[in-house]
Ligand binder design. Structure first.
Ligand SMILES: Cc1cc2nc3c(=O)[nH]c(=O)nc-3n(C[C@H](O)[C@H](O)[C@H](O)COP(=O)(O)O)c2cc1C
Length: 229
């Protein structure tokens, strides 16, 4: 039997919880909840390197992600060279200055005080793409909604984000960028669409509160709005 087809674990003798079949124990669920609560978008990194084996373990979470038609459309460029990093940083700085120019008054000063990328410090940097033209999955589900491939990549990034957090690592998503310029600079293949630029490394600190909330830019909603039809 394939290891992935193992029957679901039955509760052990003497186990206190009466779990529905296939459920994970409460202690595990509490830990998972904590992991999700403490996942942060990180922009302030220490410069110490990330062990390659740890990074590889976290990257393997991407392969566990759901994808439309099992198309696995995620494509990753690792940005290591000075030239590629400089191009990405310049791209961000230009886009960030343009974004700042779109605000005025108090909001402009608030925006100017935000740190929106850790590109100058993060030891690992990835540009993650969606291959909009992949044949894998034979177009299932993507014929009517081709954007589903891109959403699949986002689900993969979420798993990667959590896996990193589990190792004590942080990820920062950078989207204040000109994607076409970046793709040209990185020589991304035709048909690949940028999903995001990601800074990865050891965070300076951990927090249960998003940095944008701490800085007074925006706050999380207290409730989850659900409408009924
Ligand atoms: C699609 C996406 C794009 C984002 N782009 C940026 C960005 O360009 N710069 C940045 O500092 N944060 C970026 N973020 C992080 C958000 O600001 C952050 O997720 C939000 O403030 C909530 O904070 P938390 O992730 O720590 O819970 C992005 C997040 C997502 C999901």
């Amino acid at each position: 039997m394939d290891a992935r087809d193992q029957p679901q674990a039955e509760p052990q003798k003497g186990q206190k919880e009466d779990l529905p079949k296939g459920a994970f124990p409460e202690e595990f669920r509490a830990q998972l909840d904590l992991l999700m609560r403490l996942r942060r978008d990180v922009r302030r990194f220490r410069r110490d390197p990330v062990d390659e084996a740890v990074l590889a373990r976290c990257l393997s979470a991407i392969q566990l992600a759901p994808s439309v038609g099992l198309s696995e459309p995620w494509r990753i460029l690792r940005i290591d060279s000075d030239a590629a990093r400089d191009a990405a940083l310049k791209n961000f700085q230009t886009a960030n200055a343009e974004a700042l120019a779109g605000y005025s008054g108090e909001q402009a000063s608030l925006y100017a005080g935000l740190k929106l990328s850790g590109m100058q410090e993060a030891p690992v940097q990835l540009a993650i793409y969606c291959d909009d033209e992949t044949n894998q999955g034979h177009g299932l589900g993507a014929a009517t909604m081709p954007e589903m491939r891109r959403y699949s990549v986002v689900t993969a990034i979420t798993l990667f984000w959590l896996a990193l957090r589990g190792e004590g690592l942080g990820l920062g998503w950078v989207s204040v960028l000109d994607p076409d310029q970046l793709s040209r600079d990185l020589q991304a293949p035709e048909g690949w669409q940028l999903i995001g630029y990601f800074c990865i490394g050891w965070p300076e600190k951990t927090s249960e509160t998003p940095e944008l909330e701490l800085k007074g830019w925006e706050s999380r909603q207290a409730d989850l709005p659900i409408e009924t039809r």
